[in-house]
Design a protein around this ligand. Structure first.
Ligand code: CTP
Length: 401
């Protein structure tokens, strides 16, 4: 059964009588594990109050595009980045028309344009409006952009007509929303992902490490699981719970991480090195706690093994993907790193930009491979992870990629 654990679902409600069912939909999404925020159009507020949806979702409801105070709270761009999924239910004929035209004339349509998250639409309207050529053309245009439609169902309508146009049942819509994350792109593949920092011990109580949160690696593991891969995370110490259905092997030092990864190689088709591995470790680990002494002490450090390079150089190498954190000449350095380490693909991050990377929930990157590249605009780490998995699947020649 598909679920929405750790998913941020932005529920857009437009102005039709079916808007009253959105209250039930919020609950159904939450039951599948989602965190829900709601955006309402002006028309929707004629059918159901923001207060109802605020109480059910546990979050303030967003209604205005041009409201300085609301923008201070969570701007339309932040909302767009926050969303792992934009679900619009009900989606009226007018809303479909505005989406099809690419308009951004209220908060909901603006967020729809500004988000990289997948979009699911649950249309609801009078059966004749659903059958109108204009609506048919709009639906075809939206479907061709990869948006998912759920419903409409057929039956007796609020206006007394009988036919297609009723919004689908909330439970069915919630299940379809969860299904979006299960795409089968890497069905049957075995994926190993390194994540988080490493800790290089100095003595029994101290270590050298870095600020990596592990969020990107864990998001990649979730995306790999969703794509149907048998997924193993080799994780340094982080404060994150493991994605459902991923195996997590905990390690501390770079040496342990390397050993664990090499052991996994015989059962690995795709290797993604997302860990921020310490480049150096103390030459010796003191057996006793180092006592405070002279004004200055010197630490001698030695180079750690390069894990991703070792994997890429192995005899039965998997498809190998690395990350490159750079502060200048991003693409040139990343391409050089890809060649030097023998990688199939590299995800280049500009770490001079403080709003992305390490502890942030957002990321922005360029993915490079031997004869191509793709820019991934700033978005949440889960949305970015899904895009990276899609590119890997495409490079591997998956028919669905
Ligand atoms: N990496 C690794 N083992 C190491 C160091 C890095 O597997 N000992 C991997 C990282 O997981 C990442 C990639 O190599 O996928 C690049 O990491 P980065 O820190 O950008 O590069 P470095 O090799 O450390 O190069 P430099 O410090 O010169 O930028």
């Amino acid at each position: 059964m598909a679920h929405l654990f750790n998913r941020n679902v932005l529920l857009g409600v437009s102005g039709g009588i079916a808007a009253y069912k959105s209250a039930e939909l919020v609950r159904q999404l939450q039951e599948l594990g989602a965190t829900v925020r709601v955006v309402m159009t002006r028309g929707a507020q004629e059918f159901i109050t923001p207060l109802t949806l605020q109480a059910l979702s546990g979050n303030p409801v967003h209604t205005e595009l041009l409201d300085a105070e609301a923008e201070l709270g969570m701007s339309h761009i932040e909302l767009a980045r926050w969303a792992d999924l934009l679900l619009i239910a009900p989606a009226t004929a007018d809303l479909l028309a505005r989406l099809a035209a690419g308009r951004a004339d209220d908060l909901l349509t603006t967020v729809a344009l500004a988000t990289a998250a997948p979009l699911v639409l649950a249309p609801a309207m009078n059966q004749q409006m659903w059958r109108d050529q204009a609506t048919i053309a709009n639906v075809a245009a939206l479907a061709s952009r990869g948006y998912t439609f759920v419903g409409p169902a057929s039956g007796e309508q609020a206006c007394g007509d009988i036919g297609p146009g009723r919004m689908e049942q909330p439970a069915i819509i919630a299940a379809a929303a969860a299904g979006v994350f299960e795409n089968g792109l890497l069905e049957g593949k075995r994926v190993v992902i390194t994540a988080g920092p490493t800790r290089e011990a100095l003595d029994p109580v101290r270590y050298i490490s870095n600020h990596s949160s592990g969020k990107m690696g864990y998001a990649l593991a979730q995306a790999a699981v969703d794509a149907g891969a048998r997924t193993t995370l080799v994780s340094g110490p982080v404060n994150l719970s493991a994605p459902d259905h991923a195996r997590v092997l905990h390690v501390e030092s770079a040496t342990q991480m390397l050993e664990q990864c090499l052991q996994l190689l015989p059962e690995c088709d795709i290797f993604i090195a997302c860990a921020a591995v310490a480049d150096y470790r103390p030459a010796a680990i003191e057996q006793q706690k180092i006592k405070k002494g002279p004004e200055h002490i010197n630490l001698q450090l030695v180079r750690n093994p390069d894990i991703v390079a070792a994997v890429a150089a192995s005899e039965h190498r998997p498809f190998t993907v690395g990350f490159a954190a750079e502060t200048n000449d991003l693409l040139a350095h990343a391409r050089d790193k890809m060649k030097r380490k023998g990688l199939d693909m590299i995800v280049a991050n500009d770490v001079s930009n403080r709003s992305i990377g390490f502890n942030s929930d957002n990321n922005e990157a360029t993915v490079l491979w031997a004869d191509g590249e793709q820019v991934l605009a700033m978005t949440g780490k889960s949305a970015m992870a899904r895009q990276i998995i899609q590119i890997i699947a495409r490079q591997l020649g998956s028919p669905a990629g």
